[in-house]
Design a protein around this ligand. Structure first.
Ligand code: SF4
Ligand code: SF4
Length: 180
């Protein structure tokens, strides 16, 4: 099967830990932007960026929500910063079954940074006044169909994990009937 490739400008957010002062403005604006309705509330538990703090050495590390992991991972990494050892999961970007980070507090559904879809610039970057977060752009070839399929699979899988396959299958059948 031939797959359709397209060149896209990929934006990534560069984190400069040395500049982060732990103000948490990024958490506030992200959770507020993703509230329903938009900007109606802010709750850092709903944020797609979390700032990890180590009080003894006053280190702040912003971590972005990445892909959903269906199972707890077998191999984990240990981080040592300035001689202090951090929890193995502390800087992980995944929402996974073994911890509460990066899960929507009401539904438990996984959260993932969507780069503030629809906005000109990611809001956490805009609100970070000390430039600990900055945008970097690069050109990359991407497979559009594969990307779409992956996004659908992740969404469905998390719904199945939460509500069970039968409920999700019934709902899909119901939606298909209504659209057909
Ligand atoms: S807004 Fe910037 S300085 Fe403040 S916590 Fe977030 S990354 Fe750190
Ligand atoms: S880019 Fe947008 S969605 Fe991603 S963490 Fe920043 S504010 Fe949240």
């Amino acid at each position: 099967m031939t797959t359709k490739k397209q060149t896209r400008t990929i934006k990534t957010i560069k984190i400069d830990v040395d500049k982060c002062n732990g103000c948490r403005a990024c958490e506030v604006i992200c959770s507020s932007f993703h509230a329903m309705p938009k900007y109606s509330s802010n709750n850092p538990a709903r944020s797609r960026i979390r700032v990890i703090h180590e009080p003894l050495r006053d280190v702040y590390v912003p971590v972005y929500a990445g892909d959903y992991a269906v199972a707890e991972c077998a191999g984990r990494d240990k981080y040592i910063i300035d001689g202090k050892e951090y929890d193995e999961c502390a800087f992980c970007r995944a929402a996974c079954p073994s911890r509460e980070e990066f899960k929507e507090p009401d539904s438990g559904l996984p959260l993932k940074c969507d780069m503030c879809e629809g906005e000109d610039e990611p809001l956490c970057v805009k609100w970070c006044l000390v430039d600990a977060l900055t945008i970097e752009e690069r050109e990359e070839e991407v497979d559009e169909a594969e990307e779409e399929q992956e996004a659908v699979e992740v969404g469905l899988e998390s719904l199945v994990n939460r509500f069970g396959i039968d409920k999700v299958a019934d709902l899909v059948a119901h939606l298909a009937r209504n659209k057909g």
